[in-house]
Design a protein around this ligand. Structure first.
Ligand code: G1P
Length: 243
């Protein structure tokens, strides 16, 4: 299994420290947050990780340089999460065995469960379909996330950062995806969406519309958004409590 960790964002919600320290390198105890995400991927059986970074985030490259299972690729332009994932997918040497790829967002820790391993198990139990890690949030917060539309226990649609009124549910995408590698075909042709960016959510929605099965897995833990000071403090407490 191969994994992509997008970590190319500029950390604007965590300035000024992110002028020199990428948010993914902020410490949780004695390790950078990103190392915990890499450990999660490895526990799930991932043997090759592509880190998508941007210029100026060389500290990431420096820190993980000795790890032979990690490769680095640059997203040269900030064109959104979907574009970063595509950059990662195109850098992967996919073989015929690679029907799925795990995507772990570099600013999302999961406390309280092993989200990637659980999603892989869930996928296998359902014939190897794509799985989106998700969680429920209070309705008034849905517009910060990709929001899932569910009917009869299956995902029927998804929309990136809708208004509270337009949101199809309060079940939101929470930092982990196990995707059919054919998502690359959709990302290549994806028009910019919310915020003028190429959205992963939009590409997965088109894949669904073409008949792909994508299941929602509400993992029994909590996503910790380390991309802002308050989320980082919460993560310190939540992850520390798990050590
Ligand atoms: C991204 C995704 C969004 C998802 C969120 C949390 O948004 O685009 O669909 O809900 O991560 O996993 P971002 O937080 O990068 O704006």
């Amino acid at each position: 299994m191969k994994a992509i960790i997008p970590a190319a964002g500029h950390g604007t919600r965590f300035l000024p420290i992110t002028k020199v320290v990428p948010k993914e390198m902020l410490p949780i105890g004695s390790k950078p947050a990103l190392e915990l995400i890499i450990e999660e991927a490895k526990r799930a059986g991932v043997d090759e990780i592509t880190l998508v970074i941007s210029r100026g985030k060389e500290l990431i490259r420096q820190y993980f340089a000795g790890d032979e299972s990690i490769r680095f690729v640059y997203q040269e332009e900030q064109r959104g999460l979907g574009h970063a994932v595509l950059v990662g997918l195109e850098a992967l040497a996919l073989s015929a065995d690679d029907s799925q790829v795990l995507v772990l967002l570099g600013d999302a820790l999961v406390a309280g469960c092993d989200a990637s391993s659980e999603m892989l198990g869930f996928s296998r139990a359902h014939g190897g379909v794509s799985v989106i890690g998700c969680e429920q949030v209070p309705r008034e917060r849905v517009s910060r996330y990709g929001v899932l539309e569910i009917a009869d226990g299956r995902i029927t649609g998804m929309v990136e950062k809708p208004s509270v009124e337009d949101a199809p549910s309060n079940l939101v995408i929470a930092g982990r995806y196990l995707l059919d590698v054919r998502v690359a075909d959709y990302l290549r042709t994806q028009e910019p969406g919310k915020g003028g960016e190429i959205q992963l959510t939009d590409a997965i929605r088109r894949m669904l519309a073409d008949g792909a099965t994508v299941l929602a897995y509400e993992y029994p833990g909590h996503r910790q958004d380390i991309g802002n000071p308050k989320g980082y403090l919460n993560a310190l407490v939540a992850m520390g409590a798990n050590e």
